[in-house]
Design a binder for this molecule. Structure first.
Ligand code: 4G0
Length: 223
């Protein structure tokens, strides 16, 4: 998959997507990620990307010209052009699975109080929000989308992790039970006896029960 990102903060992308699984996916050619600086698509002396809203109101908006220039240059035949904003449709695991099927993505990250509406109207295929909170800019949301989608691309995860992904389709946040590794006792905290028993039927029953308790407590919306 080719993913292009348009941002005012290209340096933010240097660290997080150069580690671990995403790094391997890029090295293996499974993900072709390119970060583009929106300022490179301005044509005025001051490299202006924003302006005040007509009709008044607080803050600044991203002006249309640089974003139109950039998107028209970077967009490919099959690109899905996606704005990141708090007003987008909620991003979740189902959306990540949907996006893992597309050929190319162009993620357009905002800043300030948002985008001139004509960007939405003419350029965007979709608008996503990673959650109900405001961030200083859309770089972190774009990285979240890149990460969540990349790990679903064929060949990116090991076989064990891929199988786990499938078994999680019933609910991403639910169905998580307490897990332990060695040592069996650590600072006086003992691993539940049942997990050491070797009784696989009892272990499965315990895990199902624990996952239900935890989901009821933390995510009743999923039940
Ligand atoms: C557009 C996305 C972009 C509009 C972007 C802010 C949170 C998210 C931005 C605004 C972002 C998210 C209206 C403040 C940049 N913050 N939840 N900040 N407004 O996905």
């Amino acid at each position: 998959m080719k993913i292009d990102v348009l941002t005012l903060f290209p340096a933010m992308f240097a660290g997080p997507l150069d580690e671990s699984i995403i790094k391997r996916a890029r090295e293996a050619g499974l993900l072709d990620l390119a970060i583009h600086n929106l300022r490179d698509y301005t044509r005025d002396r001051h490299k202006t990307v924003d302006d005040r809203p007509f009709g008044g109101g607080p803050g600044m908006l991203l002006k249309p010209e640089p974003i139109f220039e950039a998107v028209e240059k970077l967009k490919r035949e099959k690109s899905r052009v996606i704005l990141l904003s708090p007003a987008g449709r909620p991003f979740n695991q189902a959306v990540a699975r949907e996006l893992a099927q597309v050929e190319d993505m162009l993620l357009v990250t905002g800043h300030y109080e948002g985008f001139d509406e004509r960007i939405r109207e003419r350029l965007a295929d979709d608008e996503l929000s990673i959650g109900d909170y405001i961030l200083t800019n859309g770089a972190l949301p774009a990285m979240v989308v890149v990460d969540a989608v990349t790990r679903l691309l064929p060949g990116v995860l090991g076989d064990d992790d891929s199988a786990k992904e499938e078994s999680f389709s019933a609910g991403v946040a639910g169905l998580e039970y307490p897990q332990y590794t060695r040592p069996a006792e650590f600072r006086g905290m003992k691993v539940p006896e049942v997990l050491l028993s070797g009784n696989h039927a009892e272990i499965a029953k315990w895990r199902t029960h624990q996952a239900a308790l935890r989901t009821k407590e933390r995510r009743p919306d999923l039940l």
